[in-house]
Design a protein around this ligand. Structure first.
Ligand code: ATP
Length: 438
């Protein structure tokens, strides 16, 4: 089994990610997040939101509708341009993205001859309303970006921001990918965290280059913060012929996935393409000048973030003479922060005390901070098995209530990565865990 297969299997077994519609044989390009997957995803989203929206004074967070007026997609160029090159095998009729076949000119499956590439628009169409005519055909958004552009004027009218400022959102996007593949890398329904950052770009001034550089650095800081290591990341300048129709410069940030290098995030200089096409501009009250802002767009795919984090975190090693699988997540993003056990299941005094500690860890907290959410209680099997189960889901700390606890109100805290155990006073436990997690 290669590492990707192991990760897919662990993700299913331990409740991170399941194939969509599994009992009916699945649906290509669609996956469901289970209880631990949702926790992981929510941690990523809230850290992102905090860093890029809440901690800044120049960012406005929105949540726009997935369904939009078709005129948006006409103006944005997506109806005309949002396509991949598709080739088809003349023998077995399997379809591929042309770039998948690269220099080979035959079918990957049967070796048959392939057709000339043709454009395939990857936007999903759907019908709105009860009349099934073309007038009510709309699209599921293929990017969250347009929701930010069409709210540009609303944000200005409500908040009067000074340029430069940004609009950010997190949300679903849909693309009818020709060949969904590689687990959650290329899927048809996915989530993005995107920023449209609006700047003034007078002729002959290097404003956009500076902003582009700044945002690229911010993206690298983010990856470091959540635990995607530099050695697996590569910035790739995208050539003009491969850039999206709206972009004047793009850098893709590639990640070293088990199946090879592929895009994780991207940053694009969309210039004034979108605002111009939507007929939107900005009036500067100080200079009394009206102009069309230019846009830098850092974009972060959530599903690819999760895939990269699972790849980074997955390891197999030995602890205490036993083989184990461990997800070495950064504690900040780990789905479960702490697990609490009684040493023995059949000693009611230990179980009772462990339940008390569990309730305290979950709820109690050092001044003003949230509790250690979520925590888990486990009294199944022996302590070694419980450690292994928590290691497999990446829980950074396991807290055990033993006989000494009954004497002196201390517990052992075992670290996932080192296996080391420390005795900590129950009074100081939540503070200890908070410090260790942050
Ligand atoms: P690719 O070249 O891999 O098809 P793209 O260049 O079309 O990707 P963008 O349009 O830049 O992707 O989308 C922004 C981000 O959304 C990507 O960096 C990626 O993280 C995510 N993303 C795009 N398409 C998919 C997909 N089919 N499945 C999962 N995530 C995706």
């Amino acid at each position: 089994m290669d590492n990707l297969e192991k990760i897919v299997s662990l993700a299913k077994r331990r409740g991170f990610i399941y194939p969509s519609s599994d009992i009916y044989g699945g649906l290509a390009g669609a996956w469901d997040y289970g209880p631990l997957g949702v926790l992981l995803k929510n941690n990523i989203k809230s850290l992102w939101w905090k860093k890029f929206v809440l901690d800044r004074d120049d960012m406005y967070g929105i949540d726009s509708a997935i369904l939009m007026n078709t005129k948006v997609w006409e103006a944005s160029g997506h109806i005309k341009e949002f396509s991949d090159k598709l080739v088809e095998c003349k023998k077995c009729h399997k379809r591929f993205r042309a770039e998948q076949l690269k220099e080979e000119f035959c079918c990957h499956v049967c070796g048959g001859e392939i057709t000339e590439p043709r454009k395939f628009n990857t936007m999903f169409k759907t019908l709105i309303g009860s009349a099934e005519d073309s007038a009510s055909q709309i699209y599921l958004r293929p990017e969250t970006a347009q929701g930010m552009f069409v709210n540009f004027k609303n944000i200005i009218d409500s908040f009067h921001p000074k340029i430069p400022f940004g609009i950010a959102q997190i949300g679903k996007a849909f693309r009818n990918e020709i060949t969904p593949c590689d687990f959650i890398f290329r899927i048809r329904e996915f989530e993005q965290m995107e920023i449209e950052y609006f700047i003034k770009q007078p002729n002959g001034v290097l404003a956009w280059e500076k902003s582009f550089e700044y945002w690229l650095n911010q993206m690298h800081d983010w990856m470091k913060e959540i635990g995607i290591s530099g050695k697996n990341i590569f910035d790739r300048e995208v050539e003009e012929k491969d850039r999206a129709h709206y972009s004047k410069r793009t850098i893709d940030i590639d990640y070293n996935y088990p199946f090879g290098r592929g895009e994780l995030y991207g940053i694009a200089y969309r210039a004034d393409f979108d605002l111009k096409n939507h007929g939107l501009d900005y009036y500067d009250e100080e200079t009394k000048e009206t102009f069309t802002p230019h846009v830098i767009e850092p974009t972060f795919g959530i599903d690819r973030t999760i895939l990269a984090l699972l790849c980074e975190a997955y390891s197999e090693d030995e602890m205490g003479g036993e083989k184990r699988i461990v997800l070495k997540f950064n504690p900040k993003i780990a789905p479960v922060k702490a697990a609490v056990f009684p040493l023995l299941k059949n000693k009611p005094e230990l179980v009772e005390k462990a339940k008390e500690v569990y309730a305290m860890v979950k709820k109690d907290s050092p001044a003003g901070e949230a509790g250690i959410q979520p925590a888990m209680f486990d009294d199944n099997g022996n302590i070694g098995k419980r450690y292994r189960r928590q290691d497999e889901i990446g829980t950074p700390f396991c807290v055990t209530v033993d006989f000494e606890t009954l004497d002196n109100d201390t517990v052992t805290v075992r670290s996932r990565d080192t296996g080391e155990q420390e005795r900590v006073k129950i009074d100081e436990l939540t503070k200890f865990l908070h410090n260790a997690i942050s």
